[in-house]
Design a protein around this ligand. Sequence first.
Ligand SMILES: Cc1ncc(COP(=O)(O)O)c(C=O)c1O
Length: 414
Amino acid sequence: MSTKRVPFPGETIRALIQEHPTPFYVYDERAIRENAKSFCKAFSWVPGGFKNYFAVKALPNPRILKLLKEEGMGADCSSLPELLLAQQAGLKGEEIILTSNDTPAEEYIKAREMGAVINLDDISHIPFLERHAGIPDLICFRYNPGPLKGGNAIIGEPEEAKYGFTREHLIQGYREMKEKGVKRFGLHTMVASNELDPLYFVDTAQILFDLIVEINRVLGTRFEFVNLGGGFGIPYRQDQEDLDVRFISEGIHKAYRETIERNGLHPIRIVTESGRMITGPYGYLVTRVRHVKRTYKTFVGMDASMADLMRPAIYGAYHHITVLGKEEEPLACTCDVTGSLCENNDKFAIDRKLPEVETGDILVIHDTGAHGHAMGFNYNGKLRSAEFLMRQNGSFEMIRRAETVDDLFATLSV
Ligand SMILES: Cc1ncc(COP(=O)(O)O)c(C=O)c1O
């Protein structure tokens, strides 16, 4: 059970709005740092040192990547621009992993140039990588366990997922890589998204550990690391519990002792690519009420739209909403909280109980620190919003300015 509170005083945000119009995002530096520390600490038993490669796609801002680097995190990149963002944040070499799919040659070339870890998505990418970028010393493959592992609501059934190698392809792939002289190996999987069942992660680790034992038996391959991917869930709803990362870590440690150590394959590093769990709860979309419309329902029309935050519209995702300054008022209004896109699913909430809302009120949409701004788009000529970092001393640093009409038109040939 979590109580959602806004970490900044209302008057500070009102002062900020005087200079920078809504909508905009605010990220809480102190909370992100504290959370990053405790996430890493939970895995302190990991031999050779645990690392979370923060999934850049969750919050692709170099200021955030830099801050997370200071907390010992690396970057998980899925495209060339994400590799460049990681580089801009000062991350180097094996602090970066390229976990991509349907990958173009330029991405492999750039990753090789940077000395990043390359995580291949398919066996057909081995000759492709060799032809375009050459074979590195260290290689990782992404495993898709298929029917071995049940799916989850967002990511679906593994057999239906486009990602990863089959078990047979993995064995063939590691064999080929050994023949090509590769000496260092990693194994990756990611079969969940926003998963709140801790046992899911322990089971996934067990599947990977068993596979490592099997591959070692068949090929004699020793593994340097296991990458459990991302997908660690957060409680978007107040009645949901935080995922117990220490419980997950203890479960994985037990599986490690019983499978990896017992089979003489120790040491293997454990790494992850968590994005949502690291920054998700510490981001806030601040938006103002433009109009309150009363027809067949009450529609509270905001100056943000699904172009700023698309999770509610595409996944039906719940995001808690605070009406700033009215936290203690009764929830007397049942309304749909809408954006201005010409799409009827442009709604942040449907039939939500809020205090009585009026034009000019400031609404804060919670848990938008991951896969929030990042998933924004320009449909209907909507401009991408600014991002602010609330520093540990309470000041606000603009870490991305709002887009202008000139930015939007910059690519047009007129
Ligand atoms: C390969 C990969 N790694 C990591 C992540 C991060 O997931 P999350 O932010 O849910 O932890 C994603 C998300 O789509 C992903 O595709």
